[in-house]
Design a binder for this molecule. Structure first.
Ligand code: ATP
Length: 340
């Protein structure tokens, strides 16, 4: 087995009375694109800073490539960080910004420049070397920050909401570029984000963080399709979450259940359920055409609601229209229980 690029063992971090990280075990494979996904204040940034060496754990250990680094300062770790605000030096040219880490390490000028140019080419900023950061767009500044972090080829690159300052369309484009950059360089990427789509589209694996703890770790499809806890299901925001009395009424059992909106079939009131199917009836409260799919909100008795998503409207009975009473059907197995 190859050793982990990053490993946290039973790591806890307290700030006074606040436990920001609570007994986290985490292991990243070399060359992996890994994301920490969670709401504000869940402890993502603290986890990243523990790997970078800006924070020391209260208890537990940090390893990089099989070597314990728990007590080592940031500059003695083979890790670089890209911050949300990029932290570029405004009075230096782009090239000087990128070459800075090499200068500090005493690399000779000719080699510094050659490597800075190479790093700028990697992020498609050839020819931008003489400019100042103020003369660049947000997306270009972002790429300078990346080039600066990549210039001395760290084993691990840490990214703290690196696309947070960009508008949505640029953000989506940079997501593709970042993923591509990770693939071509083979560097292990650890990304912090609160954007579900960002984590799901870019990562090999995602850890969902809540209250300093990891709720679930897995490939994006697994976290999306099979949330392990009610928190994950709720945070992904894409499933029907039924608890307590609603679970008893809709699923027919007590507990907490998730039913994916795309697994529910809309049918005529008269259609009987097939073997192994469950059913409820409800009223079509809302229909939203959202580009590639259509989202139906169905109002059930007792104020319960279910969201249903259909990619394809062909085959939908004509009775499915606003305010109509209709039948919902799903496979028994598609309502799966969650520990609450
Ligand atoms: P965000 O997405 O808002 O950046 P986060 O998930 O990165 O949030 P952290 O910044 O890691 O969360 O914070 C986790 C908890 O630790 C929060 O309750 C925060 O207030 C607390 N915290 C973080 N840094 C410090 C500090 N230096 N001193 C005191 N408390 C801190």
């Amino acid at each position: 087995m190859t050793e982990a690029a990053v490993r946290l063992v039973s790591v806890t971090k307290d700030f006074g009375a606040v436990r920001a990280v609570d007994g986290v075990d985490l292991s990243l494979a070399g060359g992996e694109f890994f994301s920490l996904l969670g709401p504000s204040g869940s402890g993502k940034t603290t986890l990243l800073r523990l790997v970078a060496g800006f924070e020391r754990p209260t208890t537990g250990r940090v390893e990089l490539s099989g070597r314990e680094v728990t007590a080592l300062p940031p500059h003695r770790r083979d890790v670089r960080t890209v911050f949300q605000d990029y932290a570029l030096f405004p009075h230096m040219s782009v090239e000087q910004n990128v070459a800075y880490a090499l200068m500090v390490r005493g690399v000779r000028k000719a080699e510094r420049l050659a490597r800075a140019r190479e790093a700028l080419a990697t992020v498609r900023l050839d020819g931008f070397g003489p400019r100042r950061p103020a003369e660049l767009s947000g997306g270009q500044r972002q790429r300078v920050a990346l080039a600066r972090a990549l210039v001395d080829r760290p084993a691990v690159l840490l990214l703290d909401e690196p696309l947070g300052a960009l508008d949505l369309s640029l953000r989506r484009r940079m997501q593709t570029e970042l993923k591509e950059l990770q693939r071509t360089t083979g560097i292990t990427f650890l990304l912090v984000t609160h954007d579900q789509e960002e984590a799901l589209t870019m990562s090999d694996r995602v850890a969902v963080v809540s209250d300093g703890r990891i709720e679930q770790i897995g490939p994006p499809v697994e976290v999306y399709e099979r949330p392990a806890t009610a928190f994950v299901a709720g945070f992904m925001g894409t499933t029907n979450l039924l608890r307590g009395a609603a679970a008893r009424r809709v699923v027919g059992r007590p507990g907490t259940f998730s039913i994916r909106p795309e697994r529910i079939r809309l049918a005529d009131l008269a259609e009987p359920p097939a073997e192994g199917e469950r059913t409820v009836t409800g009223r079509v409260a809302d229909i939203v055409h959202a580009g590639a799919h259509t989202r139906f909100t169905i109002a059930l008795p007792h104020d319960d609601r279910l969201t249903v998503i259909r990619q394809n409207l062909a085959g939908l009975p004509p009775s499915v229209r606003p305010d109509a009473e209709i039948r919902l059907l799903w496979d028994h197995d598609d309502a799966f229980p969650l520990p609450s």
